[in-house]
Design a protein around this ligand. Structure first.
Ligand code: B1M
Length: 218
């Protein structure tokens, strides 16, 4: 099998949510020397983007999105240890959650993997996280950065609700707040009062490092 066969197979099998085939192809790709990044960015993510486009056109429904998402998550489990730096000393703590009302977690998990790969200690508090859970986790873990993901236009307002609650709890000055997720924009992040926005996992890592350096310098 050539790398192109693997990429095409991964794209097609993710699209139809064939989790065993996606797992098998991921392992085969790695065996023939493909990088985890190639598998992720040249096959898995484009395939999920097409799944979303089909859903928008009415060609796919929630079950199809669900099984495609599960197939991608299975591959991420294999890629995670390869993308995450081993034995690196933590450069900072990043608390991450998907906001209340939102169950999407693939993008959040990918950002987490990249952050861990860059040396952050990531505390993932899961999906559908209400403001009080963010606050309890900040009090417990004392993170440098709090990350919030939202993937629906209907759940994006939870950023502001969370930030208000963090302010009310007297914790706003202690943490940097970063937001992201498919429908989020820099303008929306500014309106919510977040300190930073990132459109993708690589940018999230870069912004996190910049913000941390600025915080430590001040
Ligand atoms: Co949903 N869904 N979904 N879905 N789903 C989207 C998001 C949608 C865009 C599809 C579409 O219409 N094209 C649409 C939202 C439209 C909108 O509001 N703008 C949508 C909808 C409508 C829904 C439901 C309402 C459908 C319904 O029930 N009628 C429902 C809502 C459920 C809920 O949350 N309450 C729903 C359900 C689901 C499933 C459960 C079936 C499944 C989720 C499985 C899971 O996550 N475990 C699912 C899926 C798979 C998708 C799509 C197809 C794929 C999402 C994904 O994983 N993308 C998605 C379509 C799409 O995005 N094209 C869609 C890959 C991922 C790597 O990218 O998530 O963008 P992304 O993450 C990126 C960046 O956003 C960024 O970095 C990541 C990596 O580069 N990022 C951050 C993310 N978090 C960040 C945080 C940061 C910084 C950057 O700082 C803290």
């Amino acid at each position: 099998m050539t790398p192109d066969d693997v990429l095409k197979g991964l794209y097609d099998e993710t699209m139809i949510g064939n989790a065993p085939a996606v797992l098998e192809l991921t392992n085969q790709g790695l065996e023939i020397g493909m990088t985890p990044e190639t598998i992720l960015f040249d096959a898995l993510i484009p395939s999920l983007e097409e799944v979303g486009a089909r859903f928008e056109r009415g060609d796919y429904f929630v079950p199809e999105m669900l099984i495609a998402g599960r197939a991608m998550s299975g591959a991420l489990d294999v890629l995670r240890p390869l993308l995450v730096a081993q034995g690196v000393e933590s450069i900072g703590t990043f608390l991450m959650g998907t906001v209340k009302g939102d169950v999407h977690d693939i993008g959040k998990n990918l950002v987490n993997i990249m952050l861990e790969g860059a040396g952050f200690q990531v505390i993932d508090i899961g999906v559908q996280v209400p403001p009080e859970k963010f606050i309890a986790a900040i009090e417990e873990h004392n993170p440098d950065i709090v990350g919030m993901s939202a993937f629906l236009t209907t759940t994006m307002p939870m950023f502001k609700a969370n930030i208000n609650a963090i302010e009310k709890a007297g914790l706003r000055d202690k943490v940097i707040i970063m937001v992201g997720g498919a429908p989020v924009t820099q303008e929306y992040a500014d309106v919510c009062g977040a300190d930073a926005y990132a459109a993708d996992a690589a940018t999230a890592v870069r912004r996190a490092k910049e913000l941390l350096a600025a915080k430590r310098a001040s």
